[in-house]
Design a protein. Sequence first.
Length: 554
Amino acid sequence: MLCLVDKVMNFFYKTIRIFNTIKYLQPIQLIYQIKNRIPAPDSFKKNQKTVPCVNIFPIYIPELDADKQYLSRFNIEEILSGKITLLGHTFTPFRGWYDNQASHLQNFNLHYFEFAIPLAIVYKETKENRYKECIKQLYENWKKNGINQDALHPYTISLRLCNLLVVGFLLKDTELIRSLYPQYRYLVKHQEKHLLGNHYFENLKTIVLCSLVFDDLDIYQVYISKFIKELSRQILADGVHYELSLMYHKIVLEGLIRVAYALKQLDKHEYHELRPFIQKMVSAVSSLEEGMGKTPSFNDSADDVAKNSIQLVEAITRLFDINPKQLSSFPHSGYYKLYDGNLAVLFDTGRIGPNFMPGHGHCDCLSFELSIAGNPLFVNSGTFQYQGEKRRYFRSTRAHNTVMINNHEQSEYWGEHRVARRISGNISNRTEYTVSGSFKNYLGELHHRIVCMEDYTFSVLDKTTGSGLIHSYLHVADGFKVLDNGTDVLVIMRDEMRVCQICPVNCMYAIHSSGDLTQYAPKFGIIHKTLCLEFLWNADKKEHGYTIYFEDNI
C-alpha cells in the first residue's frame, strides 16, 4: 500500500513540475514543441535543387578566425592523422560521425566543422595541399557517412554552414560553397521556434548570410527583418543578452558581427540598424569581463567555447569603428561591477533567465566572482557538462558563491535544461562602493545581500527569512591554499605570499578540501580540484557573512 501511495505522490509531483515548467512557454514554443515531434526527412536530398549563382564576399575575420588563442584549441597534426579532440573528447570521424562514449554536446561539436577553419588558415598561409585535402576528405566522408540526427539538427546546421563559408572563402573553393545550398534550404524549413533564444538567433543569422551568398533576395528580405526583430527581443536595454550567460552573449555578438560585416560590404541599408546593437553588446561584454581574466561563471558559461572578448573588441573596432564604453551597472540584467585598485568584482542580482527560456540558468542569484589583476580568486563552480550526472551539481545553489536557505535550492531546476518554479521579486540598488540585491526563492524565502568594496576591503552581509540552517559558500579558485588560524581564515598563494584575511561575521565556518564543493570547471569537460569555504548560521533577523581584508601589495 505504501509503495502505491509513493508512486501516486511521485506521479503527482512530476505532473505539477511539468505544469510549472510549460506554463511559462510562449504560444509559438508550444506549437512547435508539438510540430517538431512529427518525423522530419532524414537527409538534405529533398533540397537538391539547382544551385543559383554564388556571391563570394569576405566572411573571414582574422581577429576572430586566426587568433592564436582560438587556434590553439585545435591540434592540427592530430586532425591530419584522423583524430579530432573537442571539449575533452577525441573523435575518429573516419570510423563514424557519432561516438556513444561522447556526450550529446561533444557529438554536436563534431558536426559544427569548426575544426576545418584552422586547417584552412594554415593552407592559406603555407599553400600546402595536405591541409586542403584533409578538409575535403573529412567533408566528403561526412556527406557520405555523417548525415545522422545530430547533423540534421538546426543548431548544428547553423554553425556548420557559417564555419564552412569561412573555409570556402579561405580555400577559394566555390564548389564547397555551392555544396552548402541544400543544407541552407533545409534550415529555412527547420528552425528552432520551439526553443527560441540563442538557437533561434543562430538559425536566423545563418539564413541571412546564406541568402546573401546564394543571392536569394526574397528570403533575405523576410529574414533580415526577423533577425533585427529578434535582436530587439534578445538584447536587453543594458546591452546584455537575455539568457544572462556571458558565453552565449559572446557567441551571439560574433554572429551579429558576421551579419553586419556582410551587410556593410554589400552596402545593405539594414547595416545601420545593427550598429546600435553592436555598440551596446560590445560595451557590455568589455565592461563585465574587465579585470576578470576569464569568462565569468554565471549561468551556463565556460572558456574556450565563445571567442575571447578582446578578439571581439578588436574586430568591432576595425570593421565598424565602434569602441566599447566602460560601464559598471547593468540593471536590466542584474549585473554590477565593483573595482578597487587591481581588484575586480562581478555581482549578480538578476533573474535565472527569460521566463520562457531559463534552460541555461543556474541557481547563482546574489553570487559574485572576484579577481586580482585578472587572476580569478573567488569563482562560481562553472559548467562541466550539459548531459550527465554532474550537471545537477553545477547548476545548484551550493556550486555558487551565494546562500542556501535550509537546504532549499533557489529555483526548482530539473533535467538538463528545465526549470519549474523559480526565483522572483529581484531588486537591486547600488551606490559608489556598495551593491545590494534581494529575491525570493521558489518557496518564497527572502535573501537580501549587500556587498561593499572600499579600501582593499570586501564585505558580504546577508539577511534571510525562513528557518533552519543557512549555508553561505565561497569557492576558491585553483592556485591558492587556505590556512585556518582558529578565529579567521587566511588565503595564501602557493608561493606563501599572503593575499587576504577572511573574518566571519556572526557565523561559524568550515573548509572543504574534498567532495562536490571542491569541483571547479572553467571549461567544458575539465574539472579542477579546489577549496571551498562554508559559512553557517541559524536563521534569524540579524546580518551574517564575512569581511575580506586584502593585502595592499597584491
